[in-house]
Write a protein that binds this ligand. Structure first.
Ligand code: KIV
Ligand code: NA
Length: 275
């Protein structure tokens, strides 16, 4: 089983950490067997597999349902589950209760929370209760309504220095890892060298300790918007469309199923079906 100490060691040795989202059992299993260190059950599942247009509608039940499936397939991979919108900004007692439920029911190795400030207190509380926490700064999809959409964050020195302070703050609160989303590469590089915990980037350049991408984006599977920072490493969409079209055609023209795909009863039994 991969631990937070293993991930820390990778940073210290300059070995890149490879992280990817997964929302179900087969994806987790294939990912864990093909070189993925960290699986993220991201609340991006709201857009990617549930068809919502933001992460806001995603519930605790959604995260637990998908988190359990991923954990069952994750093998040795370190598994992180996002806390969904609206579950960690109230009282620390309520935050703790929600986090314990997700942590316990999914078997996650860590939980991920977006933001600093009031969220830093939540991180400290969760860590003190024994739950590893991954922090997330930069573009915060759960707050996109307030911050004005999905835009690059920290482009001015003033904003960038605030993000650097927040990064130190979440590390100080006990976060075991930090995800930086959609920030200038210079800032991501600065934060990565300043922090002792692993820093994972998405749309944050090559200077971080590792990278994370949404699975469906990197294999070009789906119909949701794909951001500029994604490289499509495979085109799964084309064979999936071709396979479905071929199935539909074969059913319609009678070429599927064949004798090879059917079950038979003895003729004498079949004869009785006609009385
Ligand atoms: O939900 C998600 O997929 C994420 C990544 C973009 C980091 O939080
Ligand atoms: Na997320």
């Amino acid at each position: 089983m991969t631990t937070t100490a293993d991930l820390m060691k990778k940073k210290q040795n300059g070995e890149k950490i490879v992280m990817m989202t997964a929302y179900d059992y087969p994806t987790a299993k294939i990912a864990a067997e093909n070189g993925i260190d960290v699986l993220l059950v991201g609340d991006s599942l709201g857009m990617v597999v549930l068809g919502y247009d933001s992460t806001v509608p995603v519930t605790m039940e959604d995260m637990i349902h998908h988190g359990k499936a991923v954990r069952r397939g994750a093998g040795q991979a370190f598994t992180v589950v996002d806390m969904p919108f609206g579950t960690y900004h109230g009282s620390l007692d309520r935050t703790l209760e929600a986090a314990v439920r997700v942590f316990r029911e999914t078997g996650a190795d860590a939980l991920k929370l977006e933001g600093a400030g009031i969220v830093t207190d939540a991180i400290r509380r969760l860590v003190s209760a024994g739950m590893p926490v991954v922090a997330h700064l930069g573009l915060l999809p759960q707050s996109a309504g307030v911050t004005g959409g999905y835009k690059v964050q920290g482009k001015t020195a003033e904003h960038a220095l605030r993000l650097l302070r927040e990064a130190k703050e979440v590390q100080e609160a006990g976060a075991c890892m930090l995800v930086l989303e959609c920030i200038p590469h210079q800032l991501a590089g600065r934060i990565t060298e300043e922090l002792s915990i692993p820093v994972i980037g998405i749309g944050a350049g090559a200077e971080t300790d590792g990278q994370v991408l949404v699975f469906h984006d990197l294999i070009a599977y789906g119909s949701h918007h794909v951001p500029k920072f994604v490289r499509q490493f495979a085109d799964a969409g084309t064979p999936i469309r071709a396979g479905i079209a071929a199935y539909a055609e074969a059913v319609r023209d009678g070429s599927f199923p064949t004798d090879a795909h059917r079950f038979s009863m003895k003729e004498e039994e079949a004869g009785k079906l006609y009385g």
